[in-house]
Write a protein that binds this ligand. Structure first.
Ligand SMILES: *Cc1c(COP(=O)(O)O)cnc(C)c1O
Length: 399
């Protein structure tokens, strides 16, 4: 490792709170699906900062918008009317059946907004004393106190008690148990269409449709957390559009402004009644700069039909990975995903394989200890995925 890397590692340990286990790479710059460290070593980025830079690093069109907007207006707060924010809202809402948007700055905040909206809708519009949100094992909804409570995993809650009340978690996929868990206190159900941190676990059509049916039957908010799955990644603009369902509330963030922090909660007219002036707010939400960038990003996604591209490339890649699996018997347990959100579950602890891939210049994530998680740019070259498949095959053959 270079001196520069050692220097940064040392500084990180001295200066920053110890919250992150970092990869042994210090990134200097990037372009498209390539990242470079300070020694000039080139990496193929199959992770995109955890599904964030979906249009690639240093995207030329995005960079131009950043530069232009930065010289015009960056932020004035939500005390003012801002054109950029409204252009974005129109563009974003045109992607589905939703009518209204609330902008914020991250995935966790988007989920906070959804949870607050579901509760307030029940309590102030429906006049029901309902507050409980039901989530599912293996989920991930963020790191604020409420979203950590929703996430329900001990490792994220350790030392932070007491957790906010009003969250119930049940087994993923169990509709019978779900119906039994619903009570007069239930306000809504929150689910990822494909669990990301949970190891790339897609819902089944039966499961998600069953959830919708139960929400309608009991008057609950049907909420989908598309922070990771949204914005063309799964082969549709939103992952729920792969199934024949219409959620009431959707959250998005990660890829929304291609690397600038931004989140949004979008909802139907009906549920939007849950908020009135003063109900909820954020200082930064949808400032002119991030809004202009997000708007350009969505424009590019639509113009270049990146959802279709993700579907096509993802299908190709999954087929190729299945060949890898056949060529390396006993090594791969399952290949899962939709579009360019792909998990390759190994039959054994994946740390060594993951490290070797990184050494060979492939950046991806290992989740649930055995799942190689791929979240490449929607603009990635298919040859990059082929290079990765070749490298993986070679490594697996030695294991
Ligand atoms: C990343 C993620 C979040 C949290 O987003 P932050 O921007 O880190 O707060 C929430 N839900 C899902 C599904 C995610 O993948």
């Amino acid at each position: 490792m270079s001196q520069k890397f050692d220097e940064l590692k040392q500084q990180e340990e001295t200066l920053l709170c110890r919250t992150y286990g970092r990869y042994p790479i210090a990134v200097s710059h990037g372009k498209g699906s390539r990242l470079y460290d300070f020694d000039g070593k080139e990496y193929i980025d199959l992770l995109t900062g955890i599904a964030v830079t979906a249009l690639g690093h240093a995207n030329e069109e995005i960079s131009q918008v950043i530069e232009k907007q930065a010289r015009k207006l960056t932020h004035v707060s939500n005390l003012f009317y801002q054109e950029e924010q409204l252009i974005l809202a129109k563009n974003l809402l045109s992607t589905a059946h939703f009518n209204k948007a609330f902008f914020c700055n991250s995935g966790a905040e988007a989920n906070e907004a959804a949870i607050k909206l579901a509760r307030r809708y029940q309590q102030r519009v429906k006049m029901r004393d309902a507050y409980e949100i039901i989530t599912f094992t293996g989920c991930f909804h963020g790191r604020t106190l409420a979203t950590v409570a929703a996430t329900g995993q001990e490792k994220f809650q350790d030392g932070f008690s007491p957790m906010p009340e009003g969250f119930k978690q049940i087994e993923w996929g169990d509709l019978e148990l779900l119906e039994k868990t619903i009570s007069p206190k239930t306000a809504g159900i929150l689910i990822e269409i494909i669990q990301g941190e949970g190891g790339i676990r897609p819902v089944t059509e039966t499961f998600i449709k069953g959830i919708e049916t139960l929400c309608r039957k009991h008057g609950l908010a049907f909420m989908v957390d598309e922070v990771q799955t949204g914005l063309c990644r799964t082969g549709k603009f939103w992952a729920f559009q792969n199934f024949n369902v219409t959620p009431d509330i959707l959250t998005t963030a990660k890829a929304l402004a291609n690397g600038l922090p931004m989140g949004a909660m979008i909802c139907t007219e009906e549920f939007s009644q849950g908020f009135v002036t003063g109900s909820h707010a954020t200082t930064f939400g949808a400032g002119a700069l991030v809004s202009a960038v997000a708007n350009k990003g969505i424009e590019i996604m639509k113009r270049d039909k990146l959802a279709d591209r993700a579907a096509k490339l993802g299908k190709q890649a999954m087929e190729r990975f299945k060949k890898v699996s056949q060529n390396c018997p006993g090594k791969i347990k399952e290949i899962r995903g939709l579009g360019l959100m792909i998990g390759i579950e190994l039959t054994f602890q994946g740390k060594e394989v993951w490290e070797e891939l990184m050494k060979q210049g492939f950046i991806l994530n290992l989740t649930q200890e055995k799942v190689l998680r791929l979240l490449p740019a929607l603009t990635i070259d298919d040859n990059d995925l082929e290079l990765f498949a070749n490298a993986l095959e070679k490594i697996l053959k030695t294991k």
